[in-house]
Write a protein that binds this ligand. Sequence first.
Ligand SMILES: [Zn+2]
Length: 474
Amino acid sequence: MNKINGNGHDRRTFLKKGALFTTILGSGLWSSTGCGIGSNEGDSRNIIFLVSDGMSSGTLTMADVMLRRRDGRTSNWLRLYEEGRVQRALMDMASANRIVTCSAAASSSWGCGHRVNNGVVNVGPDGEEYPPILSIMRDSGKSTGLVTTTRITHATPAGFAANVEARGLEDEIAVQYLDRKVDVLLGGGNRHYDPEQREDGRDLYSEYRAAGYHVARHKTELSWRGAPTDRLLGIFAGSHLPFTLDHMNAPDLREKVPTLAEMTDIALQKLSKNPNGFIIQIEGGRVDHAAHGNDLGGLIYDQIAFDETIGVVLDFVENRNDTLVIITTDHGNANPGFNSSPDAGFDRIQRFRHTSSWIQSELDHQSTIAQIRDRVYAATGLEITRDEAEVYLQAVRGTYAPVYRRMSGRSSALGQILANYTHVNWVGGSHTADYVELCSFGPGSEALKGFVMNTALFNVMTKAAGVYEMEMRL
Ligand SMILES: [Zn+2]
């Protein structure tokens, strides 16, 4: 496959520069001496990229309103807007082949500067493999990291570090992270590391250890005590990490699984030991899953957990002027909104103890009306009617027929039932075309205002880190 570097805005010029750039980087001279990017870097030593996956504007709004009403404080994200210290823009996230992107194409657009087809990670329509930004930054001497609440091999983290023709090739993505020496990897996804579950039977934990990684499988093992050059792999679930609301209310999960904020704190401590700086992508990945499932408790509490992670990043960058911070989402999802009604409906979310996912985990087509009502009550404190429980049962059995057919699934039925009490409802159960929020500050962020293309973020990050300047000097 062809290796093409760059953003495609000026294909001819960039190909020329890119070829030379790749050759020089491949020599290994810069990273070993630190004289390359270290002496020619842009103003941004560090890049912190935060993405709340599948966050509609209504999700951002409702998490903020919830914090104001429950805790009497503004969310960190909205406080940045209130204080006017940041750039704010809308971003067009379309992929190469669809108005509505998926996470693979979205993260690739930021990670390699090209729009690719949905479902693809950093590979062009003719099989071109575009160098991902973590490899580019690694070769310039920076440390690299990925932190997520999904499987670490999921599409959004992969978009900054991998090249695969289909996002589902997660066994392969786990190998690429090792080959490409991503320094810090924290999230879920044991099934792609465990030799018993990998198709090729490789024991990736052993291979990572042999390559100098400290491996953590439990929250207590996360504290990182190795030398600055050591790498860190933390895998805390078979697949995705639990939803925040379920995690909060299950002592065993709280003991074993770290929060996104806790993982981010450890990652920043580790990566910031490199005097040449670092790049990290931090994903609140399950906001998207909750939206797909019309799961209001899952959605709001995971968005709040993401916001707490913004707080960790704000503490890290306080009194620093060498760090570009980007906070965004890759697409809307299900576009939830609080419909005009008494505020008490919205405040009912504060009493939720478990997600809709938790509710449904023990219900099936044989469940009784009483069992359904009890389970919903245990999770939400809401006493749904017998008729509503019957509608849910119809959805489980495949006989529920709403006017908009895409809302006929059991998750959508439950989401609409809960909406009768919270007055938060959904437009569907999939990604949406909305232009997305883009918040940024630090060196290089000046360009990110107004209305921008997704691919612009790759240009801004590489320029801020001085990579483009190096190319120009060559
Ligand atoms: Zn999604």
